[in-house]
Design a protein. Structure first.
Length: 142
């Protein structure tokens, strides 16, 4: 996951090692313990400061998308659209994850639109690479 998720908030960066959403994201990206990752991300969303910290919300959203928990991802999708406005540093990451969510739902046009938007933006080069399909280690359940 792009470093913007760690750099966004110094408070979140300092607690990232023990933060349940960060450990959940690491599990998902490593392709390990999908249910444990979802459980940790769900716990993080109920725990201050994660439940209100934009970077934490994005990490939990990534866990849900990559773990195939589409209902949980949908519950965060709308709040994250608002977060993208309030936290421009995370906006491109949110676009990428919404593209992944659309693809998992079978909405290939929606996914392509999201990825093309990133390709035309000044997004972090890592995000543009992920949008093109490179570097995505979390295959997740089908």
């Amino acid at each position: 996951m792009p470093q913007t998720l760690n750099r966004f908030s110094p408070a979140v960066a300092s607690m990232a090692a023990e933060c349940p959403d960060m450990s959940a994201l690491r599990l998902v990206l490593a392709g390990k313990d999908w249910s444990g990752a979802v459980e940790r991300a769900t716990h993080a969303l109920r725990t201050p400061p994660c439940r209100t910290e934009p970077a934490c919300l994005v990490r939990a959203f990534a866990v849900f998308v990559y773990a195939g928990q589409l209902t949980l991802a949908d519950e965060l999708a709308e709040p994250l659209r608002r977060t993208a406005t309030d936290a421009p540093a995370l906006a491109d990451t949110i676009v990428l994850l919404n593209g992944r969510l659309a693809g998992r739902r079978g909405d290939l046009d929606g996914a392509l639109d999201a990825y093309q938007k990133l390709g035309r933006s000044a997004a972090d080069p890592t995000l543009r690479l992920l949008a093109r399909g490179g570097g995505d280690r979390a295959g997740g359940p089908a």
